[in-house]
Ligand binder design. Structure first.
Ligand code: AKB
Length: 315
């Protein structure tokens, strides 16, 4: 990886991935692209930036050629809860972004990172210690896109030798840009609400387990996998990774230990409740550990301390 293009760079992961990759690969070797004018303006203060609609393959190709790109990070996604509001749009954006990325990765022989998600699993998947290779029949359009994306990435690897790599991200907890439209967003929102108002109303049922990852581990996962020895990678579709799994009740308990007067209640969103119930309780990430050395560093207590510290400073 010498010349990197991050598409969808203005999102929750992209905004932190850009400086992280700059630090590792050099400022001049990282190009940040996004569709949104406000994001492009913001990012241009800290990175080489391009305004780009990834669905416009000619414009996308021009950027790949202009910077002689050899690794594409496709971070464009319409997430699970928003996807249910407009399934056709979710398919168009999620699959359009991936198909164009695969076509250009094939043509220009670039590596390609595209995140999959715990959303690729569904009701029939074993929920505890969800295996790497198992039943994948999601009942959200987001999940359908993710499974299709995993299959396509496998296909481009075996048929054309495209260097496709991917992880199944759990909910990502971070204190930079906010997530938007996801089912796991509550685990970020709660910190802002509690610090601002000492009160949070949760849309997820209290006892629903979901896997989560703190952003520093997510950034490590991406670069570690992209740098991994290709001969060691048995799996090309996407790797299960996780570092913690908790319910809203358990997370709120941890916050309450630190902010005793914080108040939590529930106003369950039926769509989010259905989605979260269909997702795993906890992934088995043995393959990622064995094939490329995945080794997360953060646990729930360290994450809660760091989130409260960083967000209170920011507010
Ligand atoms: C979502 O909740 O949709 C995402 C995800 C787990 O992929 N954060």
């Amino acid at each position: 990886m010498k010349r990197i293009l991050i598409v969808g760079a203005g999102g929750q992961i992209g905004t932190e991935l850009v400086p992280y990759l700059q630090k590792h690969y050099g400022y001049d070797n990282v190009v940040a692209a996004d569709l949104r004018d406000d994001m492009v303006a913001k990012m241009s203060e800290m990175a080489i930036t391009e305004k780009l609609d990834i669905l416009d393959i000619n414009a996308f190709e021009a950027v790949v050629k202009k910077y002689n790109i050899d690794a594409i990070f496709n971070m464009v996604a319409l997430l699970s809860a928003t996807g249910e509001k407009n399934p056709e749009l979710a398919w168009k954006i999620n699959m359009g972004a991936l198909l164009n990325s695969l076509a250009l990765a094939k043509e220009y022989k670039t590596a390609l990172f595209t995140p999959s998600s715990i959303g690729a699993f569904g009701e029939n998947t074993p929920h505890d210690d969800t295996p790497q290779d198992t039943v994948m029949r999601p009942n959200t359009i987001y999940g359908v896109c993710k499974v299709s994306g995993e299959l396509l990435s496998d296909y481009y690897f075996t048929r054309f030798g495209v260097d496709t790599r991917s992880v199944r991200f759990p909910g990502i907890i971070s204190n930079g840009a906010l997530p938007g439209g996801g089912t796991t967003d509550y685990a970020v929102e709660v910190f802002y609400e509690v610090l601002k108002h000492k009160h949070y109303t949760c849309p997820i049922p209290p006892d629903t387990y979901m896997d989560m990852l703190y952003m520093p581990d997510a950034l490590n996962a991406i670069t570690q996998l992209m740098e991994a020895d290709p001969t060691k990678l048995v799996h090309r579709n996407s790797f299960n990774i996780t570092c913690m799994s908790f319910t809203p009740t358990q997370l709120f308990e941890k916050i309450k230990q630190r902010i005793p007067d914080a108040v939590f209640d529930y106003d369950v969103d039926p769509v989010k409740a259905q989605i979260s119930a269909s997702w795993p309780n906890k992934l088995d990430d043995t393959c990622a550990r064995e094939e490329w050395g995945w080794n997360p560093q953060w646990d729930i207590d360290a994450m809660v301390d760091d989130m409260l510290d960083k967000i209170s400073k920011k507010l």
